[in-house]
Design a protein around this ligand. Structure first.
Ligand code: S3P
Length: 434
């Protein structure tokens, strides 16, 4: 399906409530499915990715019911499913699940197949296979990619330093460590989002955190609980970006997760002279949550420090869209990880921006983007939800309508995107592709 975005003819205004956090939703589905008893989760993200993880847990024996906007997940008794677990487009789902299942004692003697869609099947899994094998995990793969076949087996603790700063790798190893003999320690090469180590203690698991070392001792029992999922800053980033570039806009955002390991996008926007004020963050569960006020601003290009990249890893498509209309040049470096996301986000964004007349130079680990006028025209999400939404935001300030092909992928993380932007005053509609 094609999403048509009309150039905005007035400011975007109003209150915006972000959908539930995707990373936290995945983790809650998995941890509640492992915990012995019934957990209650409110605010769980309604999206294709997070449904895939929940469905996988249900296939493994977790009992999932939904009523009055709350999920009830009864876990603790896993059984091998008859069919492959299909994680669709979700790297987080498949990597965290592989870790959680690799040494699960209730699954010993079984074979569990993990599969995904074409995009996920191209993404590197060796980054989790290597440490899990190092723990004694038995995993068959196809040249470091899906499908994976797990033969859950007893694991031993490991001290592991991933090659890249990755919350998915860290989490896969820690979740495997839950069943391992002895202590499992991940030594982070750089900071990455810390939702797993914040959530595990809420399930009664003792986690040690010393500088860049996160550890736990295997054999601890997970206790169920009540949890609330805060709003996703990565989804809210599209509304924030739209508010910054559509002249005269003023948007108030409530219930946004402001975890410091995720707030790189706010630092980048500040460096680009975007006016985004944060208001008193309170803790919801173990996560800082707050509100934001966004005011349309004359953005300026910036040289983004590589150290900020892991803290804003999912927001680079929208940052690149903003750079296209900022005054001057924006430089991104140290961001080669973007090439192994749902698409090669550096290549795809550079190609689509060029189709709209933006002057871009793709580099091995980043891009240089010269801000200027943006033409209308046809672009392609290339099956990547965040690219579709980033191009939609850019369309609001293009000279003519922007038509985004394959935009239905937005459902991966944010099915309410079009409605939420429309409620702020944007004009977008769906059109069949010829
Ligand atoms: C995620 C971690 C990030 C991010 C992804 C969600 C998570 O990936 O890109 O969308 O929930 O752990 P990496 O940790 O591989 O960088």
């Amino acid at each position: 399906m094609r999403l048509v975005v009309e150039p905005a003819c007035g400011p975007l205004t109003g209150r915006y409530v972000a959908p539930g956090d995707k990373s936290i939703s995945h983790r809650l589905a998995i941890l509640a499915g492992l915990a012995e008893g019934e957990s209650v989760v409110s605010g769980y993200l309604d999206s294709a990715d997070t449904h895939a993880t929940l469905a996988a847990m249900a296939s493994l024996g977790a009992v999932v019911t939904e009523a009055n906007g709350q999920l009830r997940i009864r876990g603790g008794t896993l059984a091998a499913p008859d069919t492959p677990l299909d994680l669709g487009n979700s790297g987080t789902g498949v990597r965290l699940l592989a870790g959680a299942l690799a040494g699960h004692p209730q699954l010993f003697g079984h074979r569990i197949h993990l599969v995904g869609d074409a995009s996920l099947s191209r993404r590197p899994m060796d980054r989790i296979i290597e440490p899990l094998r190092g723990m004694g995990g038995k995993i068959e793969d196809r040249s470091g990619c899906l499908p994976l076949v797990l033969s859950p087996a007893p694991l031993r603790g490991i001290r592991y330093r991933p090659r890249v700063a990755s919350a998915q790798v860290k989490s896969a190893v820690l979740l495997a460590g839950l069943w391992a003999d002895g202590e499992t320690v991940v030594v982070e090469p750089g900071p990455s989002r810390d939702h797993t180590e914040r959530l595990l203690p809420a399930f009664g698991v003792e986690v040690s955190r010393r500088d860049e070392e996160i550890g736990l001792v295997g054999g601890q029992t997970l206790q169920p609980g009540r949890f609330h999922v805060p709003g996703d800053l990565s989804s809210a980033a599209f509304a924030v970006a739209a508010g910054l570039i559509v002249p005269g806009s003023q948007i108030e955002l409530d219930n946004v997760g402001l975890n410091p390991s995720r707030d790189g996008v706010l630092r980048i926007l500040e460096a680009m002279h975007g006016q985004v004020d944060r208001h008193a963050a309170a803790a919801v569960g173990n996560e800082p949550v707050g509100s934001l006020s966004v005011q349309a601003s004359g953005l300026k290009g910036a040289d983004i420090p590589p150290a900020w990249v892991p803290l804003a890893i999912d927001e680079f498509p929208v940052v690149m869209a903003l750079a296209a209309v900022a005054e001057g040049r924006t430089t991104i470096r140290g961001a080669a990880e973007l090439r192994v996301k749902e698409s090669d986000r550096l290549a795809v964004m550079c190609r689509q921006l060029a189709r709209l007349g933006v002057v871009v130079n793709e580099t091995a680990d980043g891009a240089e983007i010269q801000g200027g006028p943006v033409r209308g025209g046809i672009v392609d999400s290339c099956g990547d939800h965040r690219i579709a939404m980033s191009l939609a935001v850019l369309g609001l300030v293009a000279e003519a309508p922007v038509r985004i092909e394959n935009a239905e992928w937005i459902r991966t993380s944010y099915p309410g995107f079009v409605d939420d932007l429309s409620a702020l005053g944007a004009v977008l509609h769906w059109e069949e592709e010829e």
